[in-house]
Write a protein that binds this ligand. Structure first.
Ligand code: GLY
Ligand code: MN
Ligand code: MN
Length: 494
């Protein structure tokens, strides 16, 4: 009784305060925002990106962005939803089952309201939200995202947009496997509606009006140049990833498993507030490092071999992509040292070419020349063709909202953010001395292009041989983290 009374009194006081506080603005008490991070992209950022997009769109055109589909993880359980970066970039909306119309020219509805974009979102639904969490809804999108024409998905059917009047309708290729759920305004239905309204034929590839090419071109040119607001988040994602690398270097022991190492990285990321990883963490010990995107991480003891760790924290939608390769036993062996130094030198050679206006191809060539010459000198490869087999991937890529971010690959420009990631991978039974077998090294760093050079964003984690060995020799807070042995492991199978 007593507690109920107290609770009621408190609730009353809270709601009274909330109402006063919320005058003119949504109250944090009402929205539960008081415990949320404060450094999300602002609605002004998204509005600015839409404006920049409009400048690049052709005359009399409309661009349509559709959400990524949801995906089944297990029976009625879905994978954690990851928004389509284009939807997030242009609107800030992170939920599934949404569609965004972006007009080159301002539109006017029958009531005289002016608008330049329309966002169709998931409708609020108390029952659904009890299971899967809060939805922003149409009103929330108007307030939070600043998109005045935000409507529920079900309103798309009756929304009076005359697609026939546009010279160009710009959209990305449709996902081929959108699930058709019970909801009559889910992504499947939104896409069907769009196809009908715009009279998109089955094979639209030959018709200039239906334009997939411009979609990729325009979004690449926009997204490849990072704004100061984006840089703040990318810097943070990269620094967090480096701290993950550093903590693992301090904690690493040969009796650890690949999965345990993965857990340590991802724990550090989350401790710093990074919601996710931007791609499956790659923890390859010994020969597993030769599999470029090894994500199984199932080896139970990493042993004394080299450990390749390619892990990127995703912070508020932006991902890092950082690789360090370290000797799990603490000291590089002679052969390991030789291969590592070669990759390091190749990376340095590529770095030295970077600046506003330099060519991707020149950075590529600088790194490949060092590796080819070095592998031949060490007697690992006899010629360029054989050397290329040990370095079977490109030098790098743009990063941003995608780990392999939208962008162009001719000239580098100021405020592009790219990876530089040469590697050498020598599987067993390679055509070289046995002492090289099983060595895999990749060093991957993230850099912003500047007017006269580059800013190394991932300088927080050591790359030099002696600095890595020094970091490994440091004590870790995790050295004393011991869990009890599992009791169930003592039971015999019957
Ligand atoms: N982590 C994927 C890549 O390096 O491209
Ligand atoms: Mn990469
Ligand atoms: Mn990587």
């Amino acid at each position: 009784m007593h507690t109920t009374f107290l609770r009621r009194a408190l609730l009353f006081a809270f709601s009274f305060f909330s109402i006063i506080y919320s005058f003119g603005q949504p109250s944090p008490f009402l929205t539960g925002e008081e415990d949320l991070p404060k450094d999300y992209l602002s609605k002004e950022f998204h509005a600015g990106r839409r404006e920049a997009l409009r400048q690049m769109m052709p005359d009399n055109s409309v661009m349509v962005v559709i959400a990524y589909p949801t995906r089944t993880f297990s029976n009625d359980v879905e994978y954690k939803y990851h928004p389509n970066p284009d939807m997030y970039y242009f609107s800030g909306y992170k939920e599934p089952h949404s569609l965004l119309l972006l007009f080159k020219d301002e539109q006017t509805d029958s009531a005289g309201n002016k608008y330049s974009e329309v966002l169709f979102v998931q409708k609020r639904n108390a029952a659904a939200e009890q299971w899967t969490g809060k939805r922003l809804g149409a009103e929330g999108s108007r307030i939070r995202l600043g998109i005045s024409m935000s409507l529920n998905g079900e309103d798309f059917t009756s929304f009076p947009v005359d697609f026939s009047k546009f010279d160009r309708i710009i959209f990305d290729r449709f996902p081929v496997d959108i699930p058709n759920g019970r909801d009559k305004a889910d992504l499947y239905d939104l896409v069907q509606q769009f196809k009908q309204k715009a009279a998109i034929p089955e094979d639209y590839s030959k018709e200039k009006k239906f334009d997939n090419r411009s979609y990729r071109e325009i979004t690449a040119k926009l997204r490849e140049i990072k704004t100061p607001e984006e840089m703040t988040l990318i810097r943070k994602a990269v620094e967090i990833s480096c701290q993950g690398q550093n903590e693992v270097m301090k904690a690493v022991r040969p009796d650890m498993s690949e999965m345990e190492i993965q857990g340590l990285h991802e724990f550090v990321h989350k401790k710093y507030g990074a919601e996710d990883v931007g791609y499956g963490s790659i923890i390859g010990s010994g020969e597993n490092g030769c599999t470029l995107h090894y994500e199984e991480n199932t080896k139970t003891k990493i042993g004394n071999s080299m450990l390749l760790m390619d892990v990127g924290a995703e912070y508020h939608g932006y991902t890092a992509d950082v690789t360090r390769t370290i000797p799990a036993g603490g000291k590089f062996g002679d052969a390991e040292k030789a291969v590592y130094q070669l990759v390091y030198d190749a990376q340095e050679a590529a770095f030295s070419t970077l600046k506003d206006g330099s060519k991707w191809a020149d950075a590529e060539k600088a790194a490949r020349d060092v590796i080819t010459e070095g592998l031949v000198k060490l007697g690992i490869a006899k010629d360029k063709a054989e050397a290329n087999k040990y370095y079977p991937h490109g030098l790098g890529h743009h990063i941003g909202m995608d780990v392999h971010d939208r962008g162009t690959y001719t000239n580098l420009k100021k405020d592009m953010v790219i990876t530089i990631e040469p590697g050498i991978y020598i599987p067993s039974n390679s055509n070289c001395d046995k002492k090289w077998w099983g060595i895999a090294v990749r060093i991957e760093d993230d850099a912003r292009i500047t007017e006269n050079g580059y800013e190394l964003l991932s300088s927080f984690a050591p790359r030099k041989i002696e600095e890595i060995e020094k970091m490994i020799s440091q004590k870790s807070a995790l050295d004393d983290f011991k869990l009890p042995p599992l009791k169930s492991a003592e039971k015999k199978a019957f």
